[in-house]
Design a protein. Structure first.
Length: 253
């Protein structure tokens, strides 16, 4: 059955169904001013006069047992209306918070990927190609991994150059014990006298001990997993009395 109820706050009349009023204890919200009122108590007769009817109000989802409290006074109605009005803001806040968390996780994942891009690139050829393509667009580089604890000098020897006085030849073999390719390390050579005191110290970069042909390509490929790299360097000792030497590898910061 269709009935007419009038908002006691703004005077707007609405057409409602009796079944709807019964289902919600009579509580409705005015679709024009937003006020909450008892639709049963505010029922009016259409009579002969023509009423200006607005669209049906929003039926309040209230406990029918609280119908009397809902009609008790404006203060209680305002409290219910405030609660309902805060609901959309709560959903928006939840959505914004979810978006912020997702963006934060994506940013964290990006930072981790950038920090360990060398290790990720070494894990598979597919990952390396993807990172290289990404870095081309971001103007960054994908370096080879650098783990000195997985590198070792298997053998080294210092000999005098028989063709030139004052020159010695340092030869060494660097082994990559990792399961992935690594960057070529730098070498520090320290020549010592008869008392094992340093008389000459020199840092040798990979560009200094690698052969000139294909040097750029060799540096780009690095030392492959489980393989060795040969080192051959000439040192001038004409101004020193070198008897022994110390040699170790490292990666510059």
């Amino acid at each position: 059955m269709s009935l007419v109820t009038r908002c006691p706050i703004c005077g707007t009349a609405f057409r409602v169904q009796s079944a709807q009023l019964a289902a919600h204890g009579g509580s409705v919200r005015c679709g024009k001013c937003g006020g909450v009122f008892n639709g049963v108590a505010a029922l009016v007769e259409e009579g002969d006069e023509r009423l200006a009817l607005e669209p049906s109000p929003q039926l309040g989802l209230f406990d029918p047992g609280r119908q009397a409290a809902a009609a008790a006074g404006p203060a209680h109605e305002e409290r219910i209306a405030d609660f309902l009005a805060s609901e959309p803001r709560s959903r928006r806040a939840t959505l914004l918070w979810s978006i912020a968390v997702l963006l934060g996780l994506l940013l964290l994942a990006g930072q981790v990927a950038y920090r360990f891009r060398a290790e990720l690139a070494a894990s598979s050829a597919t990952a390396r190609e993807a990172l290289l393509a990404l870095c081309r667009s971001l103007a960054c580089e994908v370096p080879l991994p650098r783990h000195p604890e997985l590198m070792s000098i298997d053998a080294s020897e210092l000999q005098a150059d028989t063709r030139r006085d004052g020159l010695i030849i340092l030869t060494a073999s660097i082994r990559n014990r990792a399961r992935f390719a690594q960057d070529y390390p730098a070498l520090e050579v320290t020549l010592t006298d008869e008392n094992d005191h340093p008389v000459l110290r020199r840092v040798i970069a990979p560009r200094d001990y690698l052969e000139a042909p294909r040097r750029a390509e060799v540096l780009r490929q690095g030392i492959s997993a489980g393989s060795e790299a040969a080192v051959r360097v000439y040192l001038d000792t004409s101004r020193t009395r070198a008897i022994g030497y110390r040699l170790y590898l490292f990666y510059p910061l």
